[in-house]
Design a protein around this ligand. Structure first.
Ligand code: FAD
Length: 449
């Protein structure tokens, strides 16, 4: 095997993906600088009570608040499943910590801080530096990374040159809002869930939420504690579930909104209607990489980032540009770990990457398979059932053990319980057998270090 080559690598973002990228790249021997726009690590998990000036998050000139986390948020995955494999997310005896299996957001942030401390990652991070441009250097081989402090107007800021750039800036900050007929005339308040923090502003109001994913599920319940009525408009509402939420007096499930009107009426396709004070768009996010805008090798089209080989490498720029964390409906941290092991090993030459032609052919075959199955472009990075096949593929590439069976099963069990018992799944469970397998493995890991 040829001897390994060590590269200079810029990582964009110090959320979970950027932190594990720093660890894996550093372990491989690369020289790593992590650029982080905020003054702290944690990404999504760095809760801020501050919200954006445009509550819908559409104004391109708004000051961006990165985190979409709301005050009451508890994880929707159990901690055993959520943590990195190299550093299990187990309760600690440190004072003030949250030992619950589905802890609050603050516990995840503390875990990430512990992780960074354990592996000495802090010294690689440049805080308060926003990457605003990534372009080719004059030698057409390396990257110029341009960064600036966004709050002190230092103009174009610094330019630094790297062999490779790993994008870990995530896709939970650029809101996507629903198209609602009549919305321009509708007089009520509108907000995207990205800017939701606490229910108080909705006290005694009638609120309509659009969406059916995890945030709509949680926020509807959070708001219902103080609101007069909460109506959830969902594209995937089963007909037999339309009507009052079981166990709740003031939450109703509806089909999608048909139209909204000047007098405040919100009419649903199921024939029901209400006069509402506010509409909350829990409608997800767009992939957005403003620092790559001048680069034509990667584009975002109908929420497909492409072309990318296995959601990571653009064939014509591989391995010098890579993306971590694009797939959704996954257990993200362990997947980030496998993606970054692969990237680190390819950059050093330890792992052979397929040729540009092979990568391109693989992407074309993947896109054709989506089309043949009738899966829209915007679901290119949605994984759910296929995530562990993908993770195991990454594991094989990077010489890591495949994903443990208990994780695969725990993911399925948790998803089922979340759907059937949305009010209680975080505090009651019945997968003790899986839990015990997880802790057996965590204890073995502890003994081996
Ligand atoms: P992030 O955590 O978002 O971090 C990205 C970082 O990049 C940020 O720190 C940001 O400041 C920085 N950045 C962005 N652009 C730039 C730039 N130009 N220059 C410099 N820095 C930049 N996952 C779970 O596993 N369990 C859960 O229960 C769970 N709940 C969630 C709830 C909500 C409401 C949301 C939005 C997500 C949830 N997730 C959950 C998914 C969550 O996003 C991931 O857990 C994880 O935080 C993604 O990590 P990341 O590093 O890719 O992105």
């Amino acid at each position: 095997m040829p001897s390994a080559i060590f590269r200079t690598v810029a990582v964009i973002g110090a959320g979970p993906a950027g932190l594990i990228a720093a660890l894996e790249l550093g372990r491989e021997g690369h020289r790593v600088v992590v650029y982080e726009r905020e003054d702290n690590l944690g990404g999504t998990w760095l809760y801020s009570p501050q919200t954006e000036t445009d509550p819908l998050g559409l104004d391109p000139t708004r000051v961006v608040v990165h985190s979409s986390v709301y005050a009451s948020l508890r994880t929707n995955l159990p901690r055993e499943l959520m943590g990195f494999r190299v550093y299990p997310f187990v309760p600690t005896e440190k004072p003030g910590r949250d030992p619950r299996r589905f802890p609050g957001h603050g516990e995840v942030l503390e875990y990430l801080r512990d992780f960074a401390e354990e592996f000495g990652l802090e010294e690689m991070i440049r805080y308060g530096r926003e990457v605003w441009d990534v372009g080719m250097a004059a030698d057409d081989r390396r990257w110029v990374v341009k960064s600036r402090r966004r709050d002190c107007g230092d103009g174009d800021g610094d330019n630094e040159v790297y062999d490779a750039v790993v994008v870990c800036s995530s896709h939970f900050s650029e809101p996507r809002v629903a198209d609602v007929p009549g919305i321009d005339e509708w007089p009520g308040k509108q907000m995207h869930s990205h800017n939701y923090r606490v229910p108080d502003p909705f006290r005694d109001q009638v609120v309509v939420l659009i969406g059916s994913a995890a945030s709509a599920e949680d926020i509807s319940r959070d708001i219902a504690r103080v609101a007069k009525e909460v109506h959830v408009a969902s594209r995937s509402a089963p007909v037999d579930k339309i009507g009052k939420f079981s166990g709740h007096d003031n939450i109703w499930l509806h089909s999608v909104i048909k139209s909204v009107h000047r007098d405040g009426t919100v009419a649903f396709h199921d024939g029901d209607q209400t006069i509402a004070d506010a509409i909350l768009h829990c409608t997800g996010y767009k992939y957005f990489f403003p620092f790559l805008e001048k680069n034509n090798a990667v584009n975002v089209e109908d929420n497909r980032v492409g072309p990318l080989y296995q959601h990571v490498f653009p064939p014509t720029l591989a391995p010098w540009l890579s993306f971590v964390g694009l797939p959704w409906k996954v257990a993200p941290f362990p997947q980030f770990e496998l993606q970054t092991k692969w990237i680190a090993g390819v950059l050093s030459g330890r792992i052979t990457l397929e040729s540009t032609e092979e990568m391109t052919a693989d992407i074309e075959a993947f896109y054709s398979s989506l089309e043949a199955a009738g899966i829209p472009k915007r679901y290119t990075h949605r994984m759910e059932d296929s995530q562990y096949e993908y993770d195991d593929w990454l594991a094989a590439k990077s010489g890591s053990p495949p994903i443990e069976e208990w994780r695969k099963e725990m993911y399925v069990v948790t998803g089922r319980r979340r759907m059937n018992m949305p009010d209680t799944y975080r505090d009651e469970w019945e997968d003790e057998d899986l839990l015990s397998l997880a802790y057996q493995e965590f204890n073995l890991l502890k003994l081996s270090v």
